[in-house]
Design a protein around this ligand. Structure first.
Ligand SMILES: Cc1cc2nc3c(=O)[nH]c(=O)nc-3n(C[C@H](O)[C@H](O)[C@H](O)COP(=O)(O)OP(=O)(O)OC[C@H]3O[C@@H](n4cnc5c(N)ncnc54)[C@H](O)[C@@H]3O)c2cc1C
Length: 321
């Protein structure tokens, strides 16, 4: 447990403060603590992260058949075994300019000489009824992650852009049928993808808008409205690509520069943001492949960079020189 209780402030200065304890943040903590950095992870709640809310994960190396929460808890335990501390608290603000950075929660202020941002990308703002409740139970935002769970079953894809088309094509390798629900007369994607879409016999296109995800414990279908009125499509899985997931950066209040889509700008080699000694990792970066193993690797690399910098080097020396 960290040294802050109630509204008490503490003078304790950590070497490494990590905001977010998903695979990216927990792995950063593991590498930081193992390098003897006094490390604290502040995490809102296990179930608030993308991996923490995923019930089936087939592709995390070394942990077959584990649930997302099991994977995150295992990494956290490993980090704790090297001395990392975890506290459950929600970060609501940060003052990151000075040499000692301050991270504010409703319970007090944590201080650290380096900060790693690892709060993921879960910020879809306009959920339709049923969607949020059934995430990980048939609602997915990632075909690479979940397509294999729907082998030989029909699935729906909702979205009208490049990502929806690309993911529909990918899903057609697994699903018995892919129903692509898009607004307008046809989806908007590059000509080569549209050509592949036309030729794919497994993909049916339906013009419409998603109204609701149906099901109690798991997805049983979706309700859409289209030119012919409302209809229900019975499917055990729905992949939604309407807005993309928004990186969770609200607590930074614009103090760390981001791209237009909200992803945090970092030097891709050092993971440092434009604020010195503040690093960012995982889904916050909006990399092309959104997977737990990639987030974990980001966390490891950023912690190595932070450690070298804290110990007086400009950057980590390459292992290959
Ligand atoms: C439904 C679904 C299924 C998926 N399936 C797979 C899969 O099968 N295989 C795979 O490899 N990947 C899968 N992914 C992708 C994977 O979960 C993500 O790429 C990965 O979790 C990103 O890790 P992260 O640490 O960056 O973010 P997250 O896992 O989202 O963790 C972010 C953490 O930050 C914390 N946090 C957020 N805001 C605050 C705050 N203000 N203060 C304190 N803490 C905060 C949250 O509590 C959370 O614990 C899936 C994603 C989803 C949504």
């Amino acid at each position: 447990m960290a040294a802050i209780m109630g509204n008490t402030q503490t003078e304790q200065v950590y070497d490494l403060l990590i905001i977010g304890g998903g695979p990216a943040g927990a792995t950063a903590a593991l590498y930081g603590a193992r390098a003897d950095l006094k490390t604290l992870v502040i995490d809102k709640s296990l179930g608030a992260g993308a991996l923490g809310m995923t019930q089936k994960v087939d592709n995390y190396p070394g942990m077959p058949n584990a649930t997302g929460p099991e994977i995150v808890r295992t990494i956290r335990r490993q980090a704790e075994s090297f001395g990392a501390e975890f506290v459950q608290d929600q970060v609501i603000g940060a003052s990151l300019d000075g040499e000692v950075k301050e991270v504010h929660t409703g319970n007090g202020t944590y201080r650290g000489r380096a900060v790693i941002l690892a709060t993921g990308a879960m910020g879809r703002s306009n959920y339709v009824p049923g969607e949020e409740r059934l995430v990980g139970r048939g609602v997915s935002y990632c075909a690479t992650c979940d397509a294999a769970f729907f082998r030989d079953q029909p699935v729906a894809v909702v979205g009208s852009g490049e990502e929806a088309v690309e993911e529909s094509l990918y899903l057609s390798n697994f699903a018995s049928q892919v129903i692509l629900v898009h607004t307008g007369r046809q989806p908007k994607a590059s000509p080569h993808l549209m050509e592949e879409l036309e030729k794919n016999p497994k993909i049916e296109r339906v013009s419409g808008r998603l109204l609701e995800v149906l099901g109690e414990q798991k997805v049983e279908g979706i309700r859409i409205t289209g030119p012919e009125g409302e209809r229900v499509i019975e499917v055990p899985g729905v992949f939604i690509f309407m807005q993309g997931n928004k990186p969770v950066t609200d607590y930074l209040m614009g103090t760390v520069p981001t791209n237009e889509d909200g992803t945090v700008i970092v030097d891709r080699r050092t993971y440092e943001t434009r604020v010195p000694m503040v690093f960012a990792v995982g889904d916050l970066l909006g990399g092309e492949v959104k997977q737990a193993v990639i987030a974990a690797a980001d966390g490891a690399l950023a912690a190595v960079q932070a450690e070298k910098r804290l110990r007086g080097r400009k950057q980590a020396r390459s292992d290959w020189k």
